[in-house]
Ligand binder design. Structure first.
Ligand code: ADP
Ligand code: ASP
Ligand code: MG
Length: 413
């Protein structure tokens, strides 16, 4: 089999762990598999590099963000080189590649670039002369400007899945510090249970709403290109059935369930524009300006304002987008005439996810009742076919996850 193995930050966190990764690679080669490895930076390194950038610049425009990319991409250069060296020292022919050497080409939305294309032929060719090819995750190149790009935080997952699609790998194994996808973040409750299977749709919603075990785009990419993805632990013994496998909706799930998981995010900010005279084109002006600055929006609500004559618009976005969002909104102050721009960072988003909810009623009621019983006030609600999300005050975030986990019968121990 042709397998892409991706190792996250904790898995390559120091030299001993890089040696452990080399053993994992060896195990697969010994089984007769062909291996391409994708690595993240050592844990903490990307944060440190981001912090350096923030100390120097507010990083608001494409020029500064392209420098940011060339800085934060360096973490992966170190680990892919070190792993190739270690593989050589245990007797394999191995070499490292950076994103631009593949090349993995992206658009020019620096700091969260999207992959345009990966030419799998160069990777496959190097596999003819090497036992193992090791590729730096998270990074690519914008061809027209010849600039390094990065794929957004957690982007090595997406590199791995995209490379697996490009070389038509049989599987993409995402090795991390937990042994699979759980019903909720196991750091929040020890009652979280490991899921043996999860559908692509559910995983997409879970990732999007805060379960960062996989980057959202990696799941979308796996869905689009039919890549078989497995999430498993670097620190446990690997067997055929280890971890969690992503499956299609029509494949059999042994553990049929109403709710699959609960996601939690503390990274959102709520922005409200108050008392705007209502007219056609108001939302278009606001969200057009946000789009121009490449700000991603999550929840949106429009309300008649307290005075009954005008409207308020509330939306949420990622905290890292706040400064850009403020600039975008201020640029349409004349058109929108909002009285005030209110910013609330003290919020958490809790989402319950499950394909089972398509055919069942009462899922939302259980959520609202459970939160009410704990006196937790809901600030905003949004739904999709397989997800209900609420915004609540940040201080109740973990409590809400725990009580909902019990209420939906997900508790393991
Ligand atoms: P890596 O560095 O390997 O990419 P990440 O930190 O990005 O690892 O992702 C793994 C982490 O995701 C886990 O340590 C866990 O705390 C967190 N996580 C959040 N939600 C879930 C979930 N539903 N199942 C498993 N892990 C989760
Ligand atoms: N090193 C990058 C990050 O920390 C990419 C990754 O780990 O997936 O976001
Ligand atoms: Mg990750």
């Amino acid at each position: 089999m042709l397998i892409v193995q991706k190792f996250g930050g904790t898995s390559v966190g120091d030299i001993a762990r890089i040696k452990n990764v080399a053993k994992k690679v060896k195990q697969e080669i010994d089984l007769g598999n062909k291996i391409v490895v994708v690595v993240s930076a050592m844990s903490g390194v990307t944060n440190q590099l981001v912090d350096y950038c923030n100390q120097v610049s507010p990083l608001m425009d494409s020029q500064s963000l392209s420098e940011y990319d060339s800085i934060v991409a360096t973490g992966e250069q170190v680990t892919c080189g070190l792993l190739a060296l270690e593989l050589q020292s245990i007797g394999y022919k191995a070499r490292s590649f950076l994103g631009w050497q593949i090349p993995l080409t992206t658009d020019d939305v620096h700091s969260k670039a999207r992959i345009d294309e990966i030419d799998g032929s160069y990777i496959l060719k190097s596999m003819e002369v090497n036992d193992v090819v090791v590729i730096a995750g998270f990074q690519g190149i914008h061809k027209a400007t010849n600039r390094i790009s990065t794929l957004g935080r957690g982007g090595s997952d997406t590199s791995a899945v995209a490379i697996a699609a490009a070389i038509k790998a049989d599987r993409c194994d995402i090795y991390t510090d937990v042994d699979g996808v759980y019903t909720t973040d196991p750091r929040i409750t020890d009652k979280a249970r490991k899921l043996n299977k999860v559908t692509y749709e559910e995983m997409l919603e879970m990732a999007y709403s805060g379960s960062k075990v996989l980057q959202t785009r990696s799941v979308a990419m796996a869905m689009a290109h039919n890549v078989r993805v497995r999430v498993l632990s670097t620190f446990a013994e690997t067997t055929e059935t280890s971890g969690t496998i992503l499956i299609n909706n029509d494949e059999e799930i042994m553990e049929r369930r109403l709710i699959t998981g609960i996601s939690y995010s503390k990274n959102d900010v709520r922005i409200t524009l108050t008392k705007m005279p209502d007219h056609a084109g108001l939302s278009s002006a606001i969200f057009g300006a946000l789009h121009e600055k490449e700000v991603n929006i999550d929840m949106i609500v429009q309300n008649i304002s307290a005075d009954g004559k005008s409207v308020d618009i509330t939306f949420t976005t990622d905290k890292t987008e706040l400064e850009k969002a403020k600039m975008a909104i201020e640029s349409v102050r004349g058109e929108t005439n909002y009285a005030e721009m209110k910013i609330d960072e003290g919020i958490a988003k809790i989402s319950v996810i499950g394909v089972g909810m398509i055919s069942h009623s009462g899922v939302a009621h259980t959520m609202f009742k459970t939160l009410a019983e704990k006196g937790i006030n809901i600030l905003l609600i949004s739904t999709s076919e397989i997800k209900i999300s609420v915004l609540i005050s940040k201080e109740y975030g973990e409590l809400a996850v725990r009580v909902l986990h019990s209420a939906y019968g997900l508790d393991g121990k």
